[in-house]
Design a protein around this ligand. Structure first.
Ligand SMILES: [Zn+2]
Length: 554
């Protein structure tokens, strides 16, 4: 039904009955925005205009049989005295609203949005996480929920505004708290920095969304839309208002809206993925884009670039002679040589009539995607191959996360807890030795017992003495096919040891015989075996058969 109102307003505008705002930016002026049942009317402030809009709304109600809920409607005056706003509100039968208002969940204001205005995002996340019933949820389950709590509104707002560092910190804190302690009130130790958790999995983290990077990637999409020639009303408005005839890189942002300032701050990241095919040269940067040969001119002619005056010149500007290739001082011999080479290179350039085509280098399709820029930003450049093998091992997510923590020495052994000023005993409750990671999983007598079972089953000549030993001598290089099987085995053994230790430490439940731990480990492996792919299953079943044969002898 909303469409009918929109149609009426468009007709009224077309026939000059009402006038919209900013006619210099939007053809005929902007009269309304409508999405689902959220509608904003834009009215130029004069009595005639207001009366006519009021009348149109009245007609709409009569014709459609719908009632506009004026109690829920608000009037916002931009640059108006309070008295004036009150009069208008009375005339239209609604309240005077105060900025920031919310449109489609996004805060909108006539002044700069503050950190607390934008905390709606963090609050949304906090609320969403708080209502999860997850007392018993594993790390795996929480990890899944964590990534799903960032959908819709938070992402939507991050697609509009560059959030403040404080907003991100609050989101990080809320998510970290949820990951470590769920929704319980009891404080739990955070064993790993949040930054490490939000590193992508293949680089050694847990792959939680890095909101700073995502914020940048979502905003950069606007820059691409502006540059790639999209002609929606919104993009046209931005282009007319902020750029005029200039390209995105010629305009230095002066005082402008909060939204536009945000876009300008992500420009450098956007540049990493931006590519350009030369047409008329208007959007191609002479120095910084790759448009002649296969590298940018500022890299090919570094001496000249360092002393040139117009370092943001466009190709069109230089080739047409509108902008000059001038330098801050006289050229030396080497620089003169560079210059003649440069002139030779550009002498044969013929610009065409069509506009330059801006493309996106980080996607094969050439079309912008936030994911591609996000991955580019969060990529620390160095793949953690060991962890890639773990993520490829078919065990439940919570077990993968557990192995991840073991490999980073972040399970809550007493030695680790002591570092966090925990007040308990640091000795192994089973044997009295100091309980660190290697003790717990390799050196403690019960661990030795379990590993001996593995050794005898598989015909190993020795057992791993420590985690480092296990990683160096029992795992092959990355991509070694047997690695997944060995990690699978390690997961079963270490998880059984860990669970047994926790039963004893927290619930005073002690196994009667180490055999029981072996049975437990075997049980886990047998259970997880069902998760494996068909191809891998044969080998896995072979392994289980060998383990089982030895188990029977115990
Ligand atoms: Zn021990």
């Amino acid at each position: 039904m909303g469409d009918a109102l929109s149609e009426m307003l468009n007709l009224a505008k077309k026939n000059g009955v009402i006038t919209g705002l900013v006619p210099e930016l939007v053809e005929g002026g902007l009269t309304h925005l409508q999405y689902a049942d959220d509608t904003i009317l834009f009215i130029e402030n004069n009595r005639k205009n207001l009366c006519r809009v009021k009348f149109l709304l009245f007609c709409f109600e009569e014709m459609s049989g719908l009632r506009i809920n004026y109690n829920k409607s608000e009037v916002f005056g931009v640059c108006l005295e309070e008295q004036e706003q009150l009069e208008i509100a009375q005339m239209l039968n609604c309240r005077v609203g105060t900025f920031p208002m919310k449109y489609l969940g996004i805060p909108v204001s006539d002044t700069k949005l503050t950190k607390s205005d934008l905390n709606v995002v963090a609050e949304k996340i906090e609320n969403r996480l708080a209502t999860r019933k997850c007392g018993q949820l594993s790390y795996g389950g929480r990890a899944v929920l964590l990534n799903s709590c960032l959908t819709s509104i938070p992402m939507y707002v991050m697609g509009f505004y560059l959030l403040y560092e404080g907003n991100h910190q609050r989101m990080d804190a809320a998510r970290a708290r949820f990951f470590w302690q769920g929704t319980g009130k009891k404080k739990k130790y955070h064993m790993i920095r949040w930054e490490a958790l939000s590193t992508p999995k293949e680089f050694g983290g847990l792959g939680f969304l890095d909101t700073r990077a995502m914020n940048t990637a979502l905003l950069a999409k606007w820059l691409f839309r502006i540059e790639c020639g999209e002609s929606s009303m919104c993009i046209n408005l931005l282009r007319t208002k902020y750029l005029g005839q200039c390209s995105l890189f010629q305009k230095e942002p002066k005082s402008c809206s909060f939204f536009w300032t945000g876009l300008n701050k992500v420009r450098d990241w956007y540049n990493y993925g931006r590519g350009v095919q030369l047409g008329n040269g208007n959007s191609t940067r002479f120095w910084a884009d790759v448009w002649r040969g296969d590298c940018a001119l500022n890299i090919r002619f570094p001496r000249l670039f360092r002393i040139c005056r117009e370092n943001v010149a466009t190709v069109e500007g230089i080739i047409s002679g509108r902008q000059s290739l001038s330098f801050r001082r006289n050229l030396g011999v080497a620089e003169k040589e560079e210059l003649s080479e440069l002139q030779e290179l550009t002498a044969t350039v013929r610009l065409r009539e069509e506009s330059d085509v801006v493309t996106w280098k980080l996607e094969n399709s050439g079309k912008y995607s936030a994911t591609s820029l996000y991955r580019f930003i969060v990529n620390p450049g160095c793949v953690d191959l060991r962890m890639v093998d773990v993520w490829n091992t078919r065990v439940p997510l919570k077990i993968q996360i557990f192995v991840w923590m073991v490999w980073h020495d972040r399970v809550q052994t007493t030695v680790q807890l002591k570092k966090r000023k925990w007040g308990g005993q640091i000795h192994c409750k089973l044997c009295g030795e100091m309980e660190d990671l290697d003790h717990l999983f390799f050196k403690c007598p019960v661990a030795l017992f379990v590993w001996c079972w593995v050794r005898d089953s598989l015909g190993w000549s020795c057992i791993p003495a420590s985690l480092g030993d296990f990683q160096d001598d029992f795992l092959g290089g990355h991509g070694d096919k047997d690695n997944r099987l060995t990690i699978f085995l390690f997961a079963g053994v270490s998880w059984a040891l860990w669970r047994t230790r926790n039963d004893w430490v927290f619930d005073d439940l002690l196994v009667k015989h180490p055999n029981q731990i072996v049975h437990r480990a075997f049980g886990f492996l047998q259970y997880w075996c069902r998760l494996s792919t068909k191809g891998a299953r044969t080998k896995m079943e072979e392994l289980l058969t060998k383990l089982h044969a030895e188990l029977a002898k115990l």
